[in-house]
Design a protein around this ligand. Structure first.
Ligand SMILES: N[C@@H](CCC(=O)N[C@@H](CSC=O)C(=O)NCC(=O)O)C(=O)O
Length: 299
């Protein structure tokens, strides 16, 4: 459960820690970055909430740490940001037999695989939402500073593309436990069961029985999970995103929400001319930071 420090970088008013640890879930070493805001170093007494940011296909924890510009927002409101990896890695970890970038390494889809040969290592749902937060809690507790960081209770989740899918899927699956206080997403894939990226990933990790896919599919989950808390989900989507119409389709979540307790609660903001890149993400991170800061009780 203990973390090794691969690096520590001064960034804005705080520090970005680059950590790795042995995961029982994935049976591999997992990298994770965490940004500790300036409030952490001024030893404030109230607990610092945590936002989990799930990255998209091809990403490691570095992409968002370097290009999303969460750090100034974290300093502004006083939250920490955790950037998990997108899949298990290593020579022993099975990859895409087609050598694509949309499955296998860097493309774990935040699900617990049930199919060979993936089920041994690809346990990203259990890793991200259970093992990692507990491991971080224990690590910082040992450092004598757990009172300052709240990895388990006052937490929120967001993500981009595959990670936006992972964030909404987990938010809904874990809603009855009120695990995440709020959820937002940048250009998320909201109905993976019906698009090529999702069909390939779910087929490979979960098998051909599509009834097993529904457990993870936001457009299916939204029809069964009750919105008892008057929550809403914030989504930004660029209109010039090459993946918007074929893979992402955020409007499908709004349509699926019709007639449910989520109707009118899926706030899809289409932003003209923006693409799928970190230029898009970094532009709208301040809006997502403010949204989560409100839900985490920081403003
Ligand atoms: N390599 C691909 C492009 C892949 C891509 O756009 N990845 C996105 C996430 S896509 C959905 O999950 C990403 O975040 N890339 C990392 C980055 O730093 O931009 C291609 O060649 O088209």
């Amino acid at each position: 459960m203990s973390f090794q420090v691969d690096g520590e970088v001064a960034s804005c008013g705080g520090r970005l820690l680059k950590l790795n640890h042995e995961s029982k879930e994935t049976k591999t070493q997992m990298s994770v970055n965490i940004y500790l805001p300036q409030q952490y170093y001024t030893k404030q007494t109230s607990k610092i909430p945590v936002i989990y940011y799930l990255s998209g296909l091809t990403c490691s924890p570095q992409n968002a740490s370097e290009k999303a510009f969460w750090q100034p927002q974290a300093d502004k409101y006083g939250f920490a940001v955790v950037f998990p990896d997108t899949s298990p890695r290593g020579d022993e970890v099975p990859d895409d037999p087609e050598n694509g970038w949309d499955f296998g390494l860097s493309a774990g889809f935040y699900v617990d695989a049930t199919q060979d040969p993936y089920k041994k290592n690809y346990r990203m749902f259990s890793y991200v939402h259970d093992e990692l937060p507990r491991a971080l809690h224990q690590h910082f507790q040992k450092q004598g500073s757990s009172s300052q960081l709240d990895f388990l209770d006052n937490i929120a989740i967001t993500g981009h593309s595959m990670g936006g899918f992972g964030a909404i899927s987990a938010f809904l699956q874990l809603r009855s436990a009120n695990k995440y206080k709020s959820c937002s997403a940048f250009a998320p894939m909201v109905s993976p069961s019906g698009v090529q990226w999702g069909e390939k990933a779910f087929g490979g990790y979960l098998g051909n029985d599509i009834t097993t896919w529904k457990k993870y599919d936001p457009a299916a989950l939204i029809q069964t999970v009750k919105n008892t808390n008057n929550d809403y989900i914030l989504i930004h989507q660029g209109t010039s995103d090459p993946f918007y119409k074929k893979q992402l389709k955020p409007e499908l979540l709004q349509q699926a929400a019709k007639g449910t307790t989520w109707e009118g609660k899926i706030d899809v903001q289409l932003v003209d001319g923006f693409d799928h890149s970190y230029y898009f993400i970094s532009t709208f991170v301040p809006k997502h930071a403010e949204f989560h800061a409100k839900n985490l009780g920081l403003i």
